[in-house]
Design a protein around this ligand. Structure first.
Ligand code: PLP
Length: 360
């Protein structure tokens, strides 16, 4: 059994991928070729925003968005300590300070009730992450942001395709960023990402930052980076995007079957809790288990792969180390969380096998 199965997906769309890549090889426009803007148009339409900007990774998406929002030294950015390091890494790289707020014990996303008390005169941005594929509580976050006149950036690296009160992830705040890392719900065959916004000015600035701060050839009104999405990756994504809505439904099927089995068991294992007004894309299917190490050993012995997202909260990682922060929820969750195999092609039998193995 695979933790993620990209092979089955490739078998399904191999012809289309080959055709799309062959087209790029024929026209030879490897940088900013027509596939990039075609993908951007399709994705902006899917997410329901005015602008989609294809970029080189989810990490660069965050960097470009924060550069456009003029985050820099002396600024504070409110964010979650329970995420992949890229989120706060980019804050720190820009010279700003990540201010960690504890998470909600049910969704593992930033707890909006704890944001207001973390806001100071130096706060420049709120940066929630939509973890494991479920959107953070964006309405509550946006309300606080509005009271303080702050922008909100949703790190939707794991939640592309998810909905919140009927709207798509990455269309829920000032800017949304996502990742097309191969193992993400929508992944390419290398690095890739995208930024989404309805803001005309911000979109123009982010497009310039993506190409060395350039507004026209060899004219650079601002600093930027090399943050472009490769044409070949856009061609791969165009093929994958066709089956993405179906894959999101299949992910939902797998997640629901796991949850039904877990909830029927006599155990203390906690299944993911999805808010009634949200849908998730289950970038990870992560459960809470009191006896995690024992459970992992048992599953791995049965050739069932597992992963821990994430064993160390970011405030306890060396670049941000501060053990004086009062973040009890995340420190508890990080010791119990474990992710099970999750992909759209997981069979009913495999889900049953994993579920049965969860009983120690
Ligand atoms: C929450 C989160 N933010 C940012 C990133 C960075 O994305 P990428 O690996 O495409 O740079 C990831 C992906 O690994 C992620 O999970």
């Amino acid at each position: 059994m695979n933790f993620i199965d990209l092979e089955q997906q490739q078998n399904r769309i191999k012809k289309q991928i080959d055709t799309n890549i062959a087209k790029v090889l024929a026209h030879g426009r490897y940088i900013m070729g027509p596939e990039v803007s075609e993908l951007e148009e399709q994705m902006a339409d899917y997410v329901g925003v005015k602008y989609c900007i294809g970029v080189s990774s989810g990490t660069d998406a965050l960097l470009i968005a924060m550069m456009a929002l003029e985050i820099g030294p002396g600024d504070e950015v409110i964010t979650t300590p329970f995420t992949f390091i890229a989120t706060s890494e980019m804050i720190k790289l820009l010279g700003a300070k990540p201010v960690f707020v504890d998470i909600d014990p049910q969704t593992y996303n930033i707890d909006p009730a704890k944001i207001s008390s973390a806001i100071t005169n130096n706060t420049k941005l709120i940066l929630p992450v939509s973890l494991y594929g479920q959107c953070a509580d964006m309405d509550a976050i946006n309300t606080i942001a509005k009271q303080h006149n702050l922008p909100v950036l949703e790190d939707g690296a794991q939640s592309f395709g998810a909905t919140y009160k009927g709207r798509k992830s990455c269309n829920l705040s000032t800017v949304g960023c996502t990742s097309f890392f191969p193992s993400k719900p929508l992944g390419c065959y290398g690095d890739g990402g995208a930024i989404f916004t309805n803001d005309d000015v911000l979109a123009k600035v982010m497009c310039e930052i993506r190409v060395h701060g350039q507004d026209k050839r060899y004219s650079h009104p601002r600093l930027g980076i090399n943050g472009r999405l490769d044409t070949i990756q856009a061609a791969v994504l165009l093929a994958k995007f066709e089956i993405f809505p179906d894959e999101v439904m299949q992910r939902d099927r797998v997640g629901r079957q796991y949850t039904t089995s877990i909830n029927a068991m006599q155990s203390t294992i906690v299944a993911p809790q999805i808010r009634s007004n949200c849908t998730t894309v289950y970038a990870q299917y992560s459960i809470m288990a009191n006896n995690r190490e024992q459970l992992i050993a048992k599953l791995n012995k049965m050739n069932i792969p597992t992963a821990v997202h994430y064993p160390v909260p970011l405030h306890l990682q060396p670049p941000f180390y501060n053990n004086q922060l009062n973040l009890p929820v995340v420190e508890d969750v990080a010791t119990k969380i474990v992710s099970l195999p999750m992909h759209p092609y997981l069979s009913t039998e495999d889900i049953e096998k994993v579920s049965r193995a969860l009983v120690l």
